[in-house]
Every structure is written in structure tokens, then in C-alpha cells.
Design a protein around this ligand. Structure first.
Ligand SMILES: NC(=O)c1ccc[n+]([C@@H]2O[C@H](COP(=O)([O-])OP(=O)(O)OC[C@H]3O[C@@H](n4cnc5c(N)ncnc54)[C@H](OP(=O)(O)O)[C@@H]3O)[C@@H](O)[C@H]2O)c1
Length: 266
């Protein structure tokens, strides 16, 4: 199987290195089309001769085309590559906010997969939510999911609007985690820890808590109950979270992210 990755920024590079390092695709079968020349140090996962800055018929002799440009660059890209895209190609888009219908219309193609990855894909720990047009058969879908899974885990959704919801949860999610971690680091420093100690303490607390929960059958609430004993320290902290309705605030924030994803979509 051959893939053409269009756009060799964060996502394009992540995909190329995940495909090749997992052994799912050999480096000779990964072709890259990027607007500008790609720096040498970023070329490690793809063969030197497979980088292009101009579209041409020969580089489109692939099974899957991955669209990894910024959404605002999509229209310019679409007009430059349209003559080379055929109905046999499977198009996998990671572009936020560009609908499957827009992609189908722009290229006059049917087989489109739209995905929403998140930033831990860079280390093979990503979460990707994806949907597919009705012309993608089970075999194609299986191949695409295997490709995506080289960057972490994935779930398939039937309804395209769930991609907006995924953007609000897993797409933006790492930033929410860092926000909470940052607030805890600041508090730890105020309580007397050095910056490096505070970062270590908070980082390991998150890692440990997530891994523990992943290895158990207990729900988040059950783990909260286990940690907080009556009249204890955890309960004192949780009482403040509840006093300020943190739960509702989080829910409102994620709703806003979902609304924004809908608004930005085309
Ligand atoms: N980063 C993430 O964590 C993340 C998560 C979810 C979804 N996404 C989506 O992934 C897409 C890519 O994001 P990114 O962070 O990888 O962006 P990025 O780092 O800015 O990379 C975009 C790349 O596209 C290239 N490009 C632009 N127009 C082109 C054209 N006409 N032909 C060929 N290449 C072109 C750019 O080339 P130059 O080198 O010339 O600028 C650049 O290398 C976006 O649509 C974004 O919504 C990203």
C-alpha cells in the first residue's frame, strides 16, 4: 500500500513516522507533498527522493491520500491537486472543520474518511475519532483504521457531527489536562515546593492516577470515593470544587468548544 501525505507539518510528520516505525508501511511507499522544501532534519521517516513541492501525476499513484494541511489552505490545495485525484483514491483528512461533503465536492470523489486526532499522536498515544463516507467499504475502513492506530487508539463514529464533539473532548482535551496540571503546579509552588519538584509531583500524580484507573474496572467516581475519606483532606478540596460548581463549568466549557467546532465547520 502506498500513501501520499500532503502537508508535512506536525500531523504529516507524525503520520509518516508512525506508519514507518510501526512497520505498517515501508518508507519507500510514503510520498510527501509539501508546499515548501522540507528541512533535512525532518526527513528521517521518508526516503529522500520521496519529497515533492509540486503536484504531478506520478506522485498520485497511491492508494491513500492524506490531507494534513491547515483548513485555511484547503481551497488553494484543492484547486492545485484536483486534476490528479481520482475516484479510486481513499482520501483521509485530518483537517479540522472541513466536512466530508466539501472534500467530495471539491475533488469529485466518493471515498473520504474524516478524522480528528489529538496531539499525543506524536508519541503513539493519540486518540483519533473518525467517520467515513458510505462509499468506503469495510475493507477500506479496516485499512484506514489500522493506519490511524499506528498513532494510538481510535474510535469510529457513524455520524459526522460527532467529529465536532470529539474535537471538544479529545481534540482539545490535552489542553484541559495541561490547564488543570498547571493550576496544581502553581498551588504546589505556593505550598513550598520548587518548580521542578512541583512539576514532578503533579506529572506523576496524573500518570499514576490514569494508569491505575485504566487497569481497574472502577469508575472515576468510585476512585474519587476511595481517595476521599469522610472529614479528610481530599473531601476538603472537593468541597471547594463543588462550591464553585467546577463540574458545571467544565460542562459549559466543553459545550462552548463543541459550538465553536460547529461554527468553524464548512
Ligand atoms: N496539530 C495537531 O495536534 C492537530 C490535531 C488535530 C487536527 N489537526 C489538523 O491537522 C492539520 C495539520 O495541522 P498541523 O498542526 O500539522 O499544521 P502545520 O504544522 O502548520 O502543517 C501544515 C503543513 O501543510 C503544508 N501546506 C500548506 N499548504 C499546502 C499546499 N497547498 N500543498 C502542500 N502542503 C501545504 C505546510 O507547508 P509549509 O511548510 O510551506 O508551511 C505545512 O508543512 C490541520 O488541518 C489541523 O486542523 C492537527
Amino acid at each position: 500500500m502506498k500513501v501520499l501525505i500532503i502537508g508535512f507539518g506536525n500531523m504529516g510528520q507524525t503520520y509518516a513516522s508512525s506508519f514507518t516505525s510501526s512497520g505498517f508501511i515501508c518508507s519507500k511507499d510514503v510520498i510527501v507533498l509539501n508546499r515548501s522544501e522540507v528541512e533535512k532534519k525532518k526527513r528521517f521517516s521518508v526516503e529522500k527522493s520521496n519529497f515533492y513541492t509540486e503536484p504531478s501525476k506520478s506522485i498520485f499513484d497511491v492508494d491513500i491520500i492524506i490531507l494534513a494541511v491547515k483548513p485555511q489552505d484547503f481551497l488553494t490545495l484543492a484547486s492545485s491537486i484536483k486534476p490528479f485525484v481520482t475516484k479510486e483514491h481513499i482520501i483521509l483528512s485530518v483537517m479540522a472543520g472541513i466536512s466530508m461533503q466539501s472534500i467530495q465536492d471539491k475533488f469529485d470523489v466518493n471515498k473520504v474518511v474524516r478524522s480528528m486526532p489529538n496531539i499525543p499522536t506524536q508519541i503513539g498515544q493519540g486518540m483519533t475519532v473518525f467517520c467515513a463516507s458510505s462509499d468506503i467499504d469495510r475493507k477500506d475502513l479496516f485499512i484506514v483504521q489500522n493506519l490511524i492506530n499506528t498513532t494510538g487508539k481510535s474510535i469510529y463514529v457513524d455520524k459526522e457531527e460527532m467529529i465536532n464533539a470529539a474535537t471538544a473532548i479529545s481534540g482539545s482535551g490535552p489542553a484541559y489536562v495541561y490547564y488543570f496540571m498547571n493550576a496544581m503546579v502553581e498551588s504546589a509552588i505556593e505550598l513550598g515546593f520548587s518548580t521542578s519538584e512541583a512539576e514532578f509531583l503533579v506529572g506523576q500524580t496524573f500518570t499514576g492516577a490514569v494508569q491505575l484507573q485504566n487497569r481497574s474496572k472502577e469508575s472515576h467516581q468510585q476512585w474519587i470515593d476511595k481517595v476521599s475519606s469522610k472529614g479528610g483532606t481530599t473531601e476538603a478540596a472537593l468541597a471547594i470544587f463543588n462550591k464553585y460548581n467546577l463540574n458545571d463549568n467544565i460542562s459549559e466549557a466543553l459545550y462552548a468548544a463543541n459550538q465553536k467546532a460547529i461554527e468553524l465547520g464548512v
